[in-house]
Design a protein around this ligand. Structure first.
Ligand code: SME
Length: 151
């Protein structure tokens, strides 16, 4: 499937005046999880700069215990500090990784910038090994730009 074909559905969710921000973000997670076969858990974390922690604000998939993640810890915490995309083809190869489910084999985390500042991230877990390509990175960067517009 072409990920770009999902752009109209994402734009539609984000432009619905009747939905609050939290609901829009949850719907975006649901659209991504339902439409992309290898997206098994999709969530948005946002930073508390003074506490240096990430907080889960919206997700689709199995509930996780990891709703608060310190900067520097796990893939998510590393992206909070690096401001860079982090694609993990095989989570077993990572030392600094927080396991949410034993079924997860790979992960992608893309920082979300608002006015040039890294304020959070989209985190996607996959039960498939090595499924992510540059197409996922470009598409998820676009998703984050759209979400930043409503924050
Ligand atoms: N695996 C992540 C933690 C978040 S769960 O995937 C939902 C990490 O290592 O940061």
């Amino acid at each position: 499937m072409k990920l770009a074909s999902l752009k109209p559905a994402i734009s539609s969710v984000l432009s619905q005046a009747s939905l609050d921000t939290s609901t829009k973000m949850t719907r975006v997670c649901e659209v991504l999880r339902e439409q992309v076969p290898y997206y098994d858990w999709v969530g948005f974390y946002f930073a508390n700069e003074s506490a240096r922690t990430l907080h889960l604000k919206a997700f689709a998939g199995i509930p996780t215990d990891h709703t608060v993640i310190p900067f520097g810890k796990g893939i998510c915490g590393q992206v909070a500090e690096s401001n860079a995309n982090f694609v993990v083809p095989d989570v077993k190869a990572q030392d600094n990784y927080i396991a949410c489910s034993i079924t997860v084999k790979s992960e992608i985390v893309i920082p979300l910038f608002k006015d040039g500042k890294n304020i959070g991230q989209i985190d996607i877990d996959s039960n498939t090994i090595d499924p992510f390509s540059s197409e996922d990175e470009r598409f998820l960067e676009w998703v984050n730009q759209q979400v930043a517009e409503i924050l």
